[in-house]
Ligand binder design. Sequence first.
Ligand code: SF4
Ligand code: SF4
Length: 396
Amino acid sequence: MLTRVNPKNGDELSILGFGCMRLPTKNMGVDEPRAIALIRDAIKKGVNYFDTAYFYHRGKSESLLGKALAGGYREKVKVATKLPPFQLSKLDGAKKIFATQLERLQTNYLDYYLLHMLTDRAGFDRLVGLGVMEWLEELKAQGTIKNIGFSFHGGKAEFESIVTAYPWDCCQIQYNYMDENNQATKSGLQLAANLGMAVIVMEPLRGGKLVTHLPAEVKKTFSGYDPERTPTEWALRWIWNHPEVTVVLSGMSDEQQLEENVRLAGEATANSLSKEELQVFEHVKKVMHEKTKIPCTGCGYCMPCPSGVDIPGCFSCYNDKYLMEDKSVRFRYLQTLGVTSVKPSFASQCKACGKCESHCPQQISIRDQLNKVSKEMEGGIYKPVIWIARKFMKLS
Ligand code: SF4
Ligand code: SF4
């Protein structure tokens, strides 16, 4: 197992992290004996970073990880879990959640504690206002948490604003060869690394879509170069090729996935992809772009929008709908564009001022396209779903 160092504190972390959000299941719940065996086997194979969250598996992920790490495993690994900001209206609520998390995880300290799913700076500022950061610093001074970080699912500008707003120890971003220009983006990854923090990558396979939803032409391109190499291997090697990445999380749910990922994590060093392999990715991305409905490159020149629309984020989700025949893309649209954000950034917020269009190097008719996105991604039952979700979370 290869390792990389968190520059903030010298932690030597396995480049493969275990994401505990897709544990093996049985009868609608976590298959406990199998999940525990899988986690312990991963530790024996050198995985030392385990990522969970208050909500994963409806709260059962943290308890399961606590059970799996009992009996001498806890000391061998770093445990990361997350505080759900969207559930907080007072600092007391955060303290209660934190106490529950320690109990579930059967530990008296957390190695990495992250604010879960920040999407905008206003959301982070709200937490600062509640006193959350001050309280986290107290916990860190006591040694109850070792590192403070955040996980992120918004757009590039918001990422840059949050990552530079606080001396974070780590951040967790969505990154893969299809998201190079989406969400935090490659420049966001480089910015975080330059700021000297660990960068944890999630969704390396876009929830498995880069394995199961690839267009036939892309599969052919990959197998034409090397018939033995799986789409998983292509995708993971691409991420580990970036020296700025510290850990790649994989939500492993079976023994075969663990086996393949561990094998790759023993070989995939930074900057190891050859010129020819990088050309394969260039071709794959080209094919993907040709199948893309809106030729947005995610450059962000059209931003910021005075009405708060995340223009590249809206286009990216819309494109995925056609490119990957991804049925969950509408849910991801709602999540990424801010159903839980203080300031959402949906296509329907466009006021058609036209300010953005002259900045677009792709000469996209942004207003027309956003109108199409809004109809397709927010139409039908989705508008009421957004309204109910925001009402439930007491967001305006
Ligand atoms: S046209 Fe719409 S998306 Fe473009 S800047 Fe104006 S409000 Fe924002
Ligand atoms: S300027 Fe054009 S290509 Fe760039 S992010 Fe905006 S819409 Fe996409």
